[in-house]
Design a protein around this ligand. Structure first.
Ligand SMILES: [Zn+2]
Length: 187
């Protein structure tokens, strides 16, 4: 499974932006180029991709084209996809161990697995923070950029956790087209 940098709405219930409006904006700023063949809402990286997604290493090896059909199939090259969840918001997370924290006191929450398990059927479920007593819903926790909730996700493929970050300008542009605050995490 290719690792991803994922931008999404801070509000998990936020309605997915129209794919045509989104694609027009992303093409306009050069984040995306032409559509990837055989996939819906997926595009090659555009000319200005590297000015919107900043790699933190000194000499990143960024592959924008798959070298062979297996690499193409696995999505192991840098490209962009838009994924909607029309049935309702979902929880997505990176493969490693999650350690969400209370946004109030920064304490670790131990019962988060129950909260995530119940979340698809009960968006109002809460856990009390053992540290400060604050009552928290799953999307309110600080997932430390390892998880996110939502009905839509703008996925930047083949990026390892914390290998690259979106610029403030990209986030702002996305907030304008989506009409809501945007956050990101790694999957
Ligand atoms: Zn707390």
């Amino acid at each position: 499974m290719a690792r991803k940098l994922i931008l999404h709405a801070g509000d998990p219930a936020h309605r997915p932006p129209d794919v045509h409006a989104l694609a027009a904006t992303l093409a306009d700023i050069g984040l995306i180029a032409t559509p990837l063949p055989g996939l819906l809402a997926a595009w090659y990286a555009g000319d200005a991709f590297l000015s919107h997604v900043i790699f933190l290493g000194c000499s990143p090896q960024v592959e924008f084209e798959p070298g062979d059909p297996q690499q193409a199939e696995a999505g192991h090259f840098c490209h962009v996809r838009y994924q909607r969840q029309d049935a309702g918001p979902v929880f997505r997370s990176s493969a490693g161990r999650l350690q969400p924290r209370c946004p109030g006191c920064r304490g670790r929450l131990e019962q988060w697995q129950e909260l995530v398990r119940d979340w698809p059927s009960d968006h109002e479920a809460t856990v009390p923070c053992a540290g400060c007593g604050r009552t928290l819903q799953a999307p309110e926790l600080d997932w430390r950029q390892c998880a996110g909730f939502g009905r839509w996700f703008l996925e930047i493929w083949n990026i390892h956790p914390h290998e690259a970050v979106p610029t403030e300008a990209l986030i702002t542009r996305l907030e304008q087209v989506a009409g809501t605050p945007v956050r990101y995490f790694y999957e």
